[in-house]
Design a binder for this molecule. Structure first.
Ligand SMILES: [Zn+2]
Length: 235
């Protein structure tokens, strides 16, 4: 009976450990971090591609200003325009050059921002990789711990199956009922104390236990655990 109680205590411990593996909390935490970092990466990549589009637009604009400058220069070089037209074209060319310089300054700034975003994306990407690695490590440790628990459980389940045929049905039913309510179905009576609830058995009950035949099932008056008597019971 005590052996069965010991096996069941081990099985309860396995169950408890299974639910409270530190790796489970760790994994939940890392998964949260990973989600945040992936979101951050998406945000950085989105602003990167927004900026790429802006840069392309800016380059196209510069291209078209340059094309107009070329056209004006050709016109000036052709020598086929009037003095009035000449002044107009020269004026336009100056305006275009100022515009081009301004556009190029803006483009430079955009490219600097793009570079900063690229660095940010690399850094965030590395953080995502790191979180993924941490998650994989934690999952591996969890799997190992679960495999350990599975092995212990399988061993103890087998022990239990071997023990059960040794007990009469009534006794087993009582044992299971007490265990379902109190967690411990049977315990040693040691020095007049219940090994399940750790309370001292009172004098009268001890006298009754003493008087009871050896094969009679006795239970703790406090917790109901089946009490196993030995020479150490203090009877
Ligand atoms: Zn008790």
């Amino acid at each position: 009976m005590l052996e069965l109680a010991k096996v069941d205590a081990d099985l309860s411990r396995v169950e408890h450990r299974r639910r409270n593996l530190p790796e489970l909390a760790e994994i939940a935490e890392v998964e949260k971090t990973l989600r945040e970092r992936r979101d951050a990466l998406v945000a950085v990549e989105t602003s990167g591609s927004d900026l790429d589009r802006e840069i392309a637009r800016q380059e196209k604009e510069i291209e078209s200003v340059r094309a107009r400058e070329d056209r004006d220069r050709k016109l000036l070089a052709s020598g086929t325009i009037s003095a009035k037209q000449l002044t107009d074209v020269e004026h336009e060319l100056e305006t275009l050059q100022r515009r081009q310089t301004a556009l190029e300054d803006d483009l430079l700034e955009l490219m600097e921002r793009r570079e900063a975003i690229e660095l940010d994306a690399q850094r965030t990407g590395a953080e995502v990789d790191k979180a993924e690695q941490t998650l994989a490590d934690a999952a591996k440790r969890r799997d190992e711990a679960v495999a350990d628990l599975d092995a212990t459980q399988a061993r103890r389940d087998a022990d239990r199956a071997n023990l059960l045929p040794r007990f009469p049905d009534d006794l087993l039913k009582l044992y299971e009922r007490v265990r379902a309510h109190k967690g411990i179905g049977a315990a040693l009576l040691r020095s007049r104390r219940c090994g399940a609830c750790q309370l001292d058995i009172d004098r009268n009950a001890i006298a009754e236990i003493k008087a009871a035949p050896e094969d009679e099932v006795i239970q703790c008056e406090n917790c109901g655990a089946i009490l196993v008597r030995t020479l150490e019971s203090g009877l």
